[in-house]
Design a protein around this ligand. Structure first.
Ligand SMILES: Cc1ncc(COP(=O)(O)O)c(C=O)c1O
Length: 475
């Protein structure tokens, strides 16, 4: 055969190719809008991709949240919804699925992840306490602050460096955690807030060794560990791939072991659990459970539906069991990596190692001429949309918000634009189109200017803020 024959990605990397463990039964047509219509839509949206209408988007990589394709089994489950106000049979299926798969004892359903964050924050934080965690997440930290807590970042330093190749950049730095305990006293630490994987660091995992060490440290000070399990299945894939002693263990077993080292978890079921809406809180401590179960009726709905319909809970119960299939998890993470490998080969700056749910473009290295307070990651999301109708999102200074005490912008080390891959939705050809668009924007990077923020809401400003382009003279 000729030396110049085309090669599959697998062949290029000297391995056999993987494929998704499903075939497509129903499709949703998509099409791109013209360059002129994209320009108008972006101005109308105040240069914020959250404010675009989805009809104006071609390939939607805004988020992997609630954007998964459900399976035929999940859709069949939708028809089995028991829409009783109290005691729906679907709740008991959901409770059983969470107990079986994650191993926690008590379950409180919520409408989505932030509903569960609200409950655990109110139930487990006393005003004035500290909440150490492996990097902040926007809604998580806000709920901790609204409950009177102060979030303290105790992730390892490597997590803040987009080029560092540490295999477990989501790990907690035990010395930082110990220093906080020494400084404020264990009684002033509400709990350790542990996310697997760490979204804001680029979808980076926590190792089993780290959580074991954390368990020992926290137990010696009677500090509970609560897990943000939103992408924990993806975290388990990295443990299976990278950590000694786990290559032969199924994801299911790794997940149970990891969760057994924690005291409870909150979940945005819109990610790993493969549903379009839903969330839950699951805990072993009966007292915290009682508080959360009482609060859920104030904010979400009765404790046997928590804001979900019966059919939503059935689809979620089925999605939980599907989410731990090894072939599914592998194809999901490998698809993200396919896109990342292309960009890496073209020397486009992205967060390394490639994480579980998204490619994070490093906007600081993309646009070194744009100051951070001129929102380089927001600029990059806008430019990608203008180029091709691909929608991404800012994860930098806008997402970081303002310090509640000083009122100044927080300046995070990471200024990133996230291309988030929905589960079971797009094909390899879509990834190729996205990669080529990133390359086109990269090649034009020197001609691009910053933005100014012209509207800023009080909470979670990245969702609703509006921007205008700075002219070259304002740079
Ligand atoms: C790590 C993490 N935790 C919590 C949440 C909040 O979940 P939800 O959007 O379902 O309220 C998200 C959502 O993006 C997330 O990525």
């Amino acid at each position: 055969m000729s030396k110049n024959r085309p090669q599959t990605m697998g062949q290029q990397y000297g391995r056999r190719s993987w494929a998704e463990p499903w075939k497509i039964k129903m499709v949703e047509p998509i099409s791109n809008v013209s360059a002129e219509a994209r320009q108008n839509a972006l101005v109308e949206a105040g240069y914020n991709t959250f404010l675009l209408r989805s009809a104006d988007v071609y390939i939607d990589l805004l988020t992997d949240s609630g954007t998964s394709a459900m399976s035929d089994r999940q859709w069949a489950g939708i028809m089995l919804g028991d829409e009783a106000y109290a005691g729906s049979r679907n709740f008991y299926h959901l409770e059983e699925a969470i107990q079986d798969v994650y191993g926690y004892q008590y379950v409180v359903p919520t409408h989505q992840g932030r509903g569960a964050e609200h409950l655990i924050s109110q139930a487990a934080i006393r005003p004035g306490q500290y909440v150490p965690g492996n990097m902040y997440f926007t809604t998580t930290r806000l709920h901790q602050e609204l409950a009177g807590g102060t979030f303290i970042d105790v992730v390892i330093d490597e997590a803040h460096d987009p080029q560092n190749q540490h295999p477990f950049k989501g790990n907690v730095d035990l010395d930082k955690l110990q220093a906080l305990i020494d400084e404020v006293g264990a009684d002033q630490v509400a709990y350790l807030s542990l996310a697997g994987t760490v979204n804001m660091a680029g979808g980076q995992p926590v190792s089993m060794a780290n959580v074991k060490a954390l368990r020992a440290l926290c137990s010696s000070h009677h500090i509970p560990i609560y897990l943000d399990a939103t992408r924990m299945v993806e975290n388990c894939f990295f443990i299976q791939e990278r950590e000694e002693g786990y290559s032969d263990k199924p994801i299911e077993a790794i997940l149970r072991e990891f969760c057994s080292l924690t005291d409870g978890a909150w979940m945005s079921a819109k990610k790993d659990n493969l549903v379009n809406i839903g969330g839950w809180l699951a805990i072993n401590d009966e007292k915290i459970f009682d508080r959360a179960r009482n609060l859920v009726v104030v904010y979400e709905g009765l404790h046997t539906y928590g804001g979900m319909s019966g059919r939503d809970m059935e689809a979620l119960a089925i999605g939980i069991r599907e989410s731990i299939d090894d072939h599914h998890v592998r194809s999901r993470v490998e698809q993200v990596r396919y896109l990342g490998d292309l960009l890496t080969a073209w020397e486009i700056p992205i967060v390394q190692p490639i994480g579980g749910h998204a490619i994070f473009l490093d906007a600081k290295r993309f646009y070194p001429h744009i100051d951070q307070d001129q929102f380089p990651a927001q600029v990059l999301a806008a430019q990608l949309y203008l180029d091709s109708g691909v929608r991404s999102m800012e994860r930098g200074i806008v997402s970081a918000g303002r310090d509640p005490e000083t009122g100044n912008h927080r300046f995070p080390a990471l200024e990133l634009t996230r291309l988030t891959i929905p589960r079971r939705v797009y094909t390899q050809a879509h990834m190729d189109v996205v990669a080529e668009s990133v390359l086109a924007v990269f090649e034009n990077r020197e001609k691009t200017n910053g933005l100014s923020m012209v509207f800023e809401p009080q909470y979670l400003r990245f969702f609703q803020a509006r921007f205008e382009p700075l002219s070259s003279s304002q740079k």
